[in-house]
Design a protein around this ligand. Structure first.
Ligand code: ATP
Ligand code: DGY
Length: 518
């Protein structure tokens, strides 16, 4: 008996190694990324969020009576799949629905055989495509008008399910008159081109729209409104994702003007925009009278980067790795982010004790890229333990949306550029680590390329040199896609195809333990 127990213990002890030997670190990294994306698929997030108990719908522990009183609207890049799943769950009580989705998405989903993300031929939901190239256009404006009309005809008997995901702002344009669509488009385009953040952009969008900033739920009053939100902004701010059409928000005019001044737009603003902003103060006072309607609104985040990282963490564990989640809020310059990952790899791979200055460098850099010192200290503790447990590799997971300063004319994306820069950090580090790094966009598309991201490791530079590829030149030209397409015949590219979801980017680094110190 004792022998059997010992055998079982040793099998349990070594099974991770056995599992690991089944596939390379790179294959494991790819499988973990796939699990992150799988966990935030539009259908699975809706399935987790909507519970059906007879004629009752339960969302975030709130229960709603269903009696053929359900209406559905949606806008965003992932809402077609969300709508298909919602209809599978509560379709028998659905009266009507309208979703505003990107131009060409039905054809693309058909092509990728993502049939579960498409509506049945007998669906009660009308699909309206628009916003070519992610820009609000007259098609999207027509969809917004139809959604407005549906919402404004509801009564207190009705329940409006609102499906929201990234890209929703462009798919629901309803400029406050006399602002024209073109004028609104011009303001947002100029702000984006001047480098405004999504938070700044959507703060301005809310002030110029009838439906954003809670306008849709005001319009649906006195119906109950349930917003199911797939987040694509760091920190999951429900008032800013798709510019918060179901979230009561009081526009701070000072903030809006400050943003317009900051990006030098004030002098050249269309007159209509100035007129609307000047009127906003008095409109807001009248909206305040409607405040009790907030009780009719439930907003819940059903998918986010943090959830994707949790799913990735489970997969890593299944593969016998020691997962640690650094943060779902990595932002800032891609160069600083790459340096941070380089330092964390050094930390994990230092035989014995890490160099004395390393901790301080990591904490300092963390501040620049949105990672707090408590998150970093917790992660370093985990990595330190990994150095001692010499048979388990650690899988460090993070997510967010770093930024790239575009100076060149090449083809690339922030994930491929990050993978390239981390590859360089690993190649040029003194420690000979076997760390593998992966960065990928959960939507399956990194910048204007067909790849979602790429994988890199310490051998990248040597391989590039042997193929005559000048890494620094590719970086200067922001040409990471061309680089990875040429390196090892494109084998390091991450090519999942369109995923149908979007919770920003996922970064993961597999850190095998260093050889024991002599
Ligand atoms: N050549 C390039 N190299 C590196 N990054 C690039 C390049 N061209 C574009 N980008 C980056 O790609 C991003 C735009 O692509 P994409 O549409 O995938 O991102 P997004 O704005 O986050 O959209 P989504 O929210 O749908 O993911 C911008 O952050 C831009 O800086
Ligand atoms: O639609 C939008 O506003 C962006 O995707 C952020 O949510």
């Amino acid at each position: 008996m004792a022998q059997v127990l010992t055998l079982c213990r040793s099998l349990l002890h070594w099974s991770p190694l056995w599992v690991r030997s089944m596939c390379s670190l790179e294959e494991q990294a790819r499988a973990i990324f796939a699990a992150a994306v799988e966990g935030v698929q539009p259908d699975s997030v809706v399935r987790r969020a909507l519970q059906r108990r007879g004629d009752e719908l339960v969302v975030a522990e709130h229960s709603f009576k269903l009696h053929h009183n359900l209406h559905l609207v949606g806008f965003g890049k992932a809402v077609l799949g969300m709508a298909a799943e919602a209809e599978r769950i509560v379709g028998d009580h659905l009266v009507q629905g309208i979703v505003s989705v990107p131009h060409g998405i039905q054809e693309t989903l058909q092509r990728h055989r993502k049939l579960n993300m498409l509506l049945d031929a007998s669906s009660k939901i009308k699909v309206m495509e628009g916003a070519k190239h992610n820009l609000p256009d007259t098609d999207a404006q027509r969809s917004a008008e139809s959604i407005w009309e549906l919402a404004s005809n509801l009564t207190e008997r009705d329940l409006l399910l609102v499906l929201i995901s990234g890209g929703g702002s462009a798919l629901l344009p309803a400029p406050v008159p006399p602002i024209t669509l073109q004028e609104k488009q011009e303001v947002t385009h100029r702000l984006a081109a001047a480098g405004a953040t999504i938070q700044e952009l959507n703060t301005v969008r809310r002030a110029l729209s009838l439906l954003k900033g809670g306008g849709l739920s005001r319009c649906a009053y006195p119906a109950q409104v349930v917003g199911l939100i797939l987040s694509d902004i760091i920190g999951d701010p429900v008032d800013l994702i798709a510019s918060g059409p179901t979230v009561w928000s009081e526009t701070s005019l000072e903030e809006v003007w400050a943003i317009l001044y900051r990006y030098n737009l004030y002098a050249t603003l269309p007159l209509s925009v100035k007129e609307v902003l000047n009127q906003t103060g008095s409109q807001q006072r009248s909206k305040l009278k409607d405040q009790p309607q907030q009780e009719n609104i439930l907003n819940t985040v059903i998918g986010s980067n943090a959830i994707a990282l949790e799913c990735a963490s489970h997969k890593a564990q299944e593969l016998g790795l020691r997962p640690v989640i650094l943060s779902p809020g990595v932002c800032g310059n891609v160069q600083a982010v790459a340096q941070l990952y380089g330092l964390l790899s050094r930390f994990a791979c230092s035989p014995g004790k890490e160099p004395p200055e390393l901790r301080d460098q990591i904490l300092k850099l963390g501040q620049e890229v949105g990672v707090g010192s408590s998150e970093l200290c917790r992660t370093m503790k985990h990595l330190e333990k990994g150095r001692q447990e010499s048979w388990h590799a650690t899988c460090l997971l993070a997510g967010g949306e770093p930024t790239v300063q575009l100076l060149g004319k090449g083809k690339g994306g922030r994930n491929q550029e990050l993978a390239l820069r981390v590859g360089l950090e690993l190649s040029r580090a003194e420690e000979r680590s076997t760390t593998v790094f992966l960065s990928g966009g959960t939507d399956g598309q990194d910048g204007p390329t067909e790849a979602a991201g790429a994988v890199s490791d310490r051998n990248m530079e040597t391989e590039a040199q042997s193929q005559g590829l000048d890494i620094d030149g590719f970086l200067r030209n922001n040409d990471s896609f061309t680089f990875f397409s040429s390196l090892s015949k494109g084998q390091k590219l991450l090519l999942p195809g369109l995923t149908g979801t979007n919770v920003m980017d996922v970064h993961l680094m597999i850190l095998p333990p260093p050889p024991p110190a002599e």
